[in-house]
Each structure stands twice: as C-alpha cells, then as structure tokens.
Design a protein around this ligand. Structure first.
Ligand code: NAD
Length: 697
C-alpha cells in the first residue's frame, strides 16, 4: 500500500506514502481510490483529508513508471482526480513542502485546499516538453486566474504557497512548520466544513470570466512563440489555457488530452525526457553500488592558477568549501586571484551576486607557493601545463606531501591518466576531473576513471560533482576522453569541407541553424587555434595513418590564433567577439585548394550537418563499444552539458536514433566514396545495431 488510511473522529485521512516525493505510481493511485471508497462507505466519516507523508504532499507522476505500461493502468491519475471531485463528502487537500505536476492536479481535484507556508506549487510538465495532462491547464486558471496560471504552466516555475494565498487555490493557510500542525489544521477545517454544511466546491464548476481574452491570448502566442523557438510545448500550453476560457470544462479536458498526446510523441519532448533520465543514469556506475562509502571533502587545493585553476577554485568557493591555489610564483597567484575577483565582480554587476557573497567567496580562496601548505586538503586538483614532464613532477610531489586518503585529481584533457597515476605510490587515489572552460560556468565534469582508481574515489568524485553543481559523467582513459575524442572527428570533417568548397561561415551558419550554440570555426577562434595546432602536430607524428586537412595549419602559421589575437578564421574588431568574414582567409583557402588540385564544389547545408554529425556519432559508437563510455546516454550528457549541443535534439547518440541508424549508415557509405572516404569506416557497433534494427539508447 502506498497510502495510509486513518480516521480521526469524523474525518478520514488518506496519507500518500511513496518516498521520496509520494509520486503517483500505480500502488499509490490504487490506495487513494481504495481509501476514498472506504471513507465514502463509512457512515461515521463525514469528510476526507488527503495529504502526503514525509518530504512532499505529492511530487506528481512516479518517474520510475515513466514509459512503462503501469503509467497507463487504471486507476490513472485522471480517474483518481475524477473520483475525488465527484465524491459526495467534502475532500480537503492538506498541502505542504511540494505539490507539483500531477500532485497539484490531484489537489485541484479536491473540493478544498489548505496549505502550509513555503510549499512549492508548480506545473513543471513543460520542462519535459509536455503539458499537465490531468486537468491542470483547465483547473489552475479557474483558481488562480488566467494570467498567473498561464505564467506558471508556460514556465513550469514553482510559486510559493503563501504567494498564492489570496487566490482561490487555497481556502486556508495553516501556520506551523510541522506536518502535524498542518494535519491538525486540515482536520479542524474539515470539521468546520461539515458543521457549516458548506457546499462542495468543484473546480470544474467555476466559470471563468475573462473579457478580452482573444487579445490576451494573441499577445501570449506572440511572446511565448518568440521565446519557445524549437520547443512546441509552450505554445500548446497557451492553447490549452485558452481552451479553459473558451470551451466547456469537459471539452477543455479533451483538448488538453489531445495536446498532451501530441506533445508526448514529439522528438523534442522525447529528447527532454531522455536528458532528464540520462542525467540521473550518469550518476550511477554499475560496479560502484549506491551505498559505497564516500570520503569527506571539506577542503580542497588546486595546483595552477591559470585559465582553468582559477575557475575550478570558484566552484569550491561557491559551494562553501575552502580552497587553496598553489603556484610557482607570486605573480601567477596574484594574476589568478585577480581574474577570479573580476569574474565575481561581473556577477555582482549583473545582479546575480551580492557584494557580501563576493567577499565571502573570495575569503574562502587562499593562496600558497608551497605544496606543504595543502597537505591536509581532502582533494587536490592539478591544473598545470599540459605537459607530461610537468605533471610527473607535480604528482611525485603531491604523493610525498598529501595526507593519506587525499584524492589526487588531474584536469588533464589529453594525457594518459594511468601514466599520471603511476607517478604516485597511491594510484587508487588518482582520478581525472576534466573541467570545461570556463570552469566556473560549464556544467560538464568528465570524471576519468583510471585502471586503478578505487570505487570510493569514484563515488566521492561523483558526489563532489553534485556538490559543486556539475553534471559528472564517467569516462575511461583514452586520448581526449569522451568529448574531445569525438570532437576530433567532427573537426576533421569541418576542415575537409573547407578543402572541398564550403566556407567557414557557411559551415558555422549551417550548424548553428541546426541548433548548435556555436559553429566549429567560431569555436576554434574562441578556444584558440594554437591549441588544435599543438594537438595536430603531435598527431602527425603519432598517427601518420590518419587523414588531415592542413588548412588550419596555414591559418596558425600566420599567427591567427583566434579572438585572443584579433584574427583567426574570422577577424574581430578590437574589443568585439563578433566574428566577421575576412577576405584574407578566403584567399588563403583558395590558394590551399590549388595546392591540393581541388576544384571547389557547391556543398549543401544538409551535407555539412550530416558529415559533421555522423563523424561525431561514429566515434561515439566506438567509444561506447570500447567501454570508454558506459552508456550512449552518458555521451549525450557530455555533449548537452559541455559542447552546446541543442537539448531538443537530445545529444548526438539520441539524435542518431531519431534519424534512424540505417539512414546514418547509408549516408556514411555514400561519404566513403567521396573526399577522404577512408574516414568513413563504420564503427562495428553502429553497423551491428543498424543491421539489427536497434538503437543506441
Ligand atoms: P594555463 O597555462 O592557463 O595555466 C597553468 C598554470 O599552471 C600556470 O599559471 C602555471 O604557472 C601553473 N603551473 C605550471 N607548473 C606548475 C607547478 N609545478 N606548480 C604550480 N603551478 C604550476 O593552463 P590551463 O589552460 O589552465 O590548463 C591547465 C590544465 O587544464 C591542462 O592540463 C589543460 O590541458 C587542462 N584543460 C584546459 C582547458 C582549457 O580550455 N584551457 C580545458 C580543459 C582542460
């Protein structure tokens, strides 16, 4: 039973009990119906209170039931609500903590609602690309007014119960912090309703009077449509709320249902739900059980106060964890700290941080020139130059000074973490923490599991990721880990496309229009073309078998390293980050094609997208096959949180699934007959899944 039934005098109390948030799973729904039936049959019961045990009134659908037949089994949430609303005895919802989604819809099916202060009230379905499907769009406008309801439903943002106290959503606010106070208040309220013989208030019977609604909804369509862009759900929310005004209640319900059915099948909603579950899945490692003990992280240290070190330190300070930055020279520390302060000042200017908080956070960041000063830190993250000799020196020193049990982490982007771990006598304590630039902003944290990394170190690092508000995704050891290894193939294709006839601006335009936050060439200019050059030079030696376009080298040979030098693939006005095409680059490209004896051809935007995306996906399939990534959805999380991949496309592997793997494979076979076709050998896993009619996810 996932709800308890008790009787207090003449009031029956149905208490939802399905931890953690009393989700409306099949058992809970059935138990509510059973409780209601019992209460209605019991002559001694005059009123019914519905409430939730523990941390919520009700958080809505039970996510464990998502995409399972149980979600649709009777009694559905809609039938439960219909039953409550049709009850012949007064039903009172007693709300505390959280009433969201189906939980709020359930409460609106009751005849009365009482609430504790500070409860979170929301219909957040839009965030999963759907809309409230159990009457929420029809009942909320009847209770809080059309405009407030529309805002809540279109944004999905929670409101606090006391902020809605003046609306018809709540019949009474009940003082007290404890659930017992709320329950006592709810029972007293129920007794009063019985005593006064108050008529049962069915929300469905409330008439909405909203003159001028046509103009209002037209305005809403325009504003919401402009913001919603690639997401169909927000506009459907507007239409459903409009239906609450223009249609009879039952017709409105039917319309809401149709909208729900439509949205749930859209790729955008499937992508959002995929990302929702992918994020949760990424936090789980099959051979690291959930009850693995974790090490306590109360203090941290960072070696290197450069581009990454300072940003990483900010993450700890933001989470209230004291952190010490270590450098070789005082100037480097001063510079690093000044950058950190400048970043915080920026947040203060934008009104995102108070000056007090700024000083508080700066106060948590200490500096030192001596490794001895950080010996007691619970975790140390190395962010020095990307050079194995420097890493060796640092890790040998850390091994000497750090207390036993300290986690020794490296922010390396490309170096062999097993080799780094071997510089110490405690490889079990060594792990990769690959932050993305800017480290204080980007959500992604690739957690690199070396051969000997212990389970508790992994569990601790995953927990730390949550503490510092990052999305942790575990990767095995390989050059570039999950994200950058895949990106290399994407980069390769972007440069080949230039060889063949496309311009950087065309390629960037096509991919940006497709949904990427930034096209590849603008990205190279932002990151610094010298970084890729450095990697390529190493590759030419290590992997002479691979095909490369040398066009990017030609750009670098002119010192055009990107935004930081004022020119790269584009030119930049002083102080501007806006890329402007540069005729000089066009000339360079023309000359480059001549040396290759290539007559440029017209390349379609579709080909650009397919070549860049399928290169990414093919490498992703290899990474999955090799076990570098544990799941396809982990790869998707890496791209969604670290590479500006459009959320509504669900990540590269999810996208491949939506295209259909046989179609992806067919396109790759076509490309194999073209320019540098040798790059298009399908990953065995991709070929296998395509042949079996399966998907990555
Ligand atoms: P950076 O050159 O900006 O900073 C490195 C800092 O380390 C310098 O301030 C230097 O003085 C200091 N340093 C060098 N040796 C030291 C030592 N022995 N003791 C103390 N300090 C020392 O480099 P960065 O861009 O911050 O990169 C740092 C690491 O992060 C590299 O491994 C890099 O591959 C990785 N990384 C960089 C990015 C990026 O976008 N910049 C992204 C992800 C990962």
């Amino acid at each position: 039973m996932s709800a308890e039934y008790t009787v207090s005098g003449a009031v029956a109390v149905i208490t939802l009990n399905n931890p953690p948030v009393n989700g409306l799973g099949f058992d809970t729904r059935s138990a509510i119906v059973a409780g209601l039936k019992k209460a209605l049959a019991d002559e001694a019961v005059a009123a019914i209170v519905v409430t939730g045990a523990g941390k919520a009134f009700c958080g809505g659908a039970d996510i464990r039931e998502f995409n399972t037949p149980m979600a649709l089994a009777e009694p559905t949430t809609r039938s439960v609500i219909a039953g409550l609303e049709a009850a012949t005895k007064p039903v009172i919802a007693a709300i505390h903590s959280v009433a969201m989604g189906g939980g709020l819809e359930l409460a609106m099916g009751c005849h009365f609602r009482v609430a504790a202060a500070n409860a979170q009230i929301a219909l957040p379905e839009v965030k999963l690309g759907i809309l409230p499907g159990a009457g929420g769009t029809q009942r909320l406008p009847r209770l809080v007014g059309v405009e407030t309801a529309l805002n809540m439903i279109v944004s999905g943002t929670p409101a606090r119960s006391q902020d809605l106290a003046a609306t018809a959503l709540f019949d009474q606010m009940i003082a007290g912090d404890r659930i017992e106070d709320l329950l006592a208040g709810a029972i007293a309220f129920a007794q009063q309703v019985v005593k006064e013989k108050r008529p049962l208030k069915r929300v469905r019977d409330i008439a909405i009077d909203y003159p001028n609604h046509q103009a209002f909804f037209q305005f809403a369509r325009n504003t919401v449509g402009a913001v919603a862009k690639n997401y169909p759900a927000p506009l459907k929310c507007v239409e459903a709320v409009a239906a609450a005004v223009t249609m009879k209640f039952d017709d409105g319900l039917k319309f809401e249902r149709e909208c729900f059915r439509f949205l749930v099948e859209t790729t955008e909603s499937r992508a959002l739900r995929h990302a929702f579950f992918a994020e949760r899945a990424a936090a789980k490692i099959p051979d690291v059980p959930a009850d693995t003990p974790v090490r306590s992280i109360k203090t941290a240290a960072i070696i290197g106060a450069g581009t990454m070190g300072g940003g990483i330190a900010m993450n700890f300070a933001n989470a209230g964890i004291p952190v010490t930055l270590v450098e070789m020279k005082q100037e480097a520390l001063d510079r690093g700290l000044a950058t950190v302060r400048k970043n915080y000042e920026g947040s203060v200017k934008k009104g995102r941080l108070t000056r007090d908080k700024l000083e508080q956070r700066m106060g948590l960041i200490k500096t030192s020139l001596a490794f001895e000063d950080i010996r007691d830190a619970d975790i140390v993250i190395e962010a020095v130059f990307e050079d194995m000799a420097v890493k060796e020196q640092v890790f040998k020193q850390l091994d000497k000074v750090m207390k036993p049990g300290a986690i020794l982490a490296s922010n390396t982007s490309t170096l062999d973490l097993n080799a780094i771990a071997a510089f110490t006598k405690r490889p079990q304590d060594v792990v990769g923490t690959h932050f993305f630039s800017p480290a204080n902003v980007m959500k992604l944290l690739e957690i690199v599991r070396a051969e000997k990394t212990s389970r508790d170190v992994l569990a601790t690092t995953l927990k730390l990721a949550r503490t510092i508000k990052k999305t942790g995704v575990v990767s095995g050891v390989c050059d570039g880990f999950i994200g950058n290894r895949m990106l290399e193939e994407y980069i390769r294709q972007s440069l080949f496309l230039v060889d063949e006839g496309a311009s950087p601006a065309q390629i960037d335009g096509a991919l940006q229009k497709w949904g990427l936050a930034m096209g590849p060439f603008a990205m190279y200019d932002l990151a610094g073309n010298d970084i890729g050059w450095h990697i390529r030079k190493r590759r030419y030696v290590e992997r002479p078998d691979m095909a490369y376009s040398k066009i990017a080298d030609a750009i670098c040979e002119l010192g055009r390293f990107g935004q930081k030098t004022g020119s790269g693939w584009y030119k930049y006005e002083k102080g501007s980050r806006k890329p402007a095409p540069d005729p000089l680059v066009d000339e360079l490209i023309v000359a480059h094609r001549k040396t290759l004896d290539i007559t440029p051809r017209k390349i379609s935007n579709d080909e650009i997208i397919e070549r860049c995306m399928y290169a990414l996906i093919n490498e992703g399939a290899k990474i999955l096959d090799e076990g570098i990534a544990m799941r396809a959805s982990d790869i998707d999380m890496v791209y969604l949180t670290g590479y500006g991949f459009p959320l509504w496309r669900g990540g590269p592997m999810f996208y491949a699934d939506t295209v259909g793997l046989p179609l992806v494979l067919a396109a790759m076979n076509r490309f194999a007959a073209g320019y540098h076709g040798e790059c298009w050998t399908p990953a065995p896993l991709l070929a296998k899944l395509a042949a079996e009619g399966k998907t990555f996810n």
